[in-house]
Design a protein around this ligand. Structure first.
Ligand SMILES: [Zn+2]
Length: 357
């Protein structure tokens, strides 16, 4: 039995998201969540998933959403981020079925000051629900990890009360992912905050489970966004096992009741990833490494074909030879898509997410 026996191809919502995560947990694999910033990157992610017959998670950050709408737009009220997130979602919805893979459509970190972005996406979900009986997105992340714990949980519960009835999954963060990503700088954060404790996780579970079952927790276990030289922060994926054990005990022995999310996984060892997946990580975010991969193909093409790219006519083959077939964006952007496809496949392989349909 494979994933397509459980959920359909295309964008998943409601209980189908949980069914996919349950299947992943039972079969000890996780699904990478790749940040996209354009239709080009989104298509490459879908292409990779199709080639290796796997479900996939496509996500947009607040900055990535604004980029999707166009860097020339003002974003003082998050209007570009809202429009771009909606555009990305509609694009993925329009093409996902053609690729034949199940897709979870997700939005990444939303800190307190970015809540207008979240509110805008939620309004779009509610409007979509009215017309189609399902939300536009599959899930959203609320990251209020910088707030005091009680406030973080209470705000998540309030939003979840609005999300659960229309079939939206909630991912929340407790503890802090270190490093810097998309303008959020946590490089100076206190080390203890980088390791969430099992009691905190239980408080989150206790609060959210009263509203509905469709939520996941990004618990910090020393994760850092970006790729840096090894520092004094160490990954402790075994902490995730302690979270599951406490929740299991409180729930009368239910095995691995938590859905866990791995942030800041760039540069992690295969062993750390496998340990985390064994403890119920169902989603791992990948951004830094895929950004670099997208550049690689374009960079190599430009360096290799430089003499064909300096003028519209004239190259080493002759002064009158046209260069259109080199500078057409479908040629050089495509090279970046190819190297991105390869890197997404690698992320899937690391997580055991291959041949799962
Ligand atoms: Zn993250």
């Amino acid at each position: 039995m494979g994933v397509l026996d459980i959920v359909p191809a295309g964008v998943l919502t409601g209980d189908n998201v949980r069914k996919l995560f349950d299947y992943a947990k039972e079969n000890k694999f996780a699904i990478p969540a790749i940040n996209v910033t354009s239709s080009s990157t989104a298509n490459a992610v879908l292409e990779a998933a199709r080639d290796i017959k796997s479900p996939i998670i496509i996500q947009v950050s607040q900055g990535g959403s604004a980029y999707f709408a166009g860097k020339g737009l003002a974003n003082d009220k998050q209007q570009a981020s809202i429009a771009g997130a909606v555009a990305a979602a509609l694009h993925v919805r329009a093409v996902a079925k053609e690729y034949g893979v199940p897709v979870i459509l997700h939005s990444d970190h939303c800190a307190h000051k970015l809540l207008p972005w979240f509110d805008g996406m939620l309004a779009a979900d509610e409007a979509y629900f009215k017309a189609h009986q399902e939300p536009l997105f599959s899930s959203h992340m609320l990251d209020l990890s910088e707030e005091p714990k009680e406030q973080n949980i209470a705000t998540c519960v309030e939003y979840f009360k609005r999300m659960a009835p229309i079939g939206l999954w909630l991912e929340m963060e407790i503890g802090i992912t270190g490093g810097e990503e998309d303008g959020v700088d946590n490089t100076g954060v206190d080390n203890s905050k980088l390791y969430t404790q099992p009691e905190d996780i239980w408080e989150v579970y206790d609060g959210l489970s009263k509203v509905g079952p469709n939520f996941s927790i990004a618990a910090a276990f020393g994760n850092v966004h970006g790729v840096y030289k090894p520092g004094n922060v160490k990954l402790h994926p075994e902490l995730l096992g302690k979270h599951q054990a406490l929740a299991s005990e409180k729930l009368g022995g239910k095995e691995k009741p938590l859905y866990l999310v791995f942030h800041g996984g760039s540069g992690s060892t295969k062993q750390e990833i496998q340990t985390a997946v064994g403890f119920g990580v169902v989603k791992m975010n990948v951004d830094t490494d895929t950004q670099f991969a997208y550049l690689a193909g374009i960079r190599d093409f430009v360096l290799k074909k430089k003499e064909y790219l300096l003028t519209q006519v004239g190259n080493p083959d002759g002064a009158d030879k046209p260069n259109k077939k080199y500078y057409d964006p479908r040629v050089w952007v495509r090279e970046g898509e190819k190297t991105l496809v390869t890197r997404v496949k690698e992320a899937c392989t690391d997580l055991g997410n291959v041949n799962r349909l």
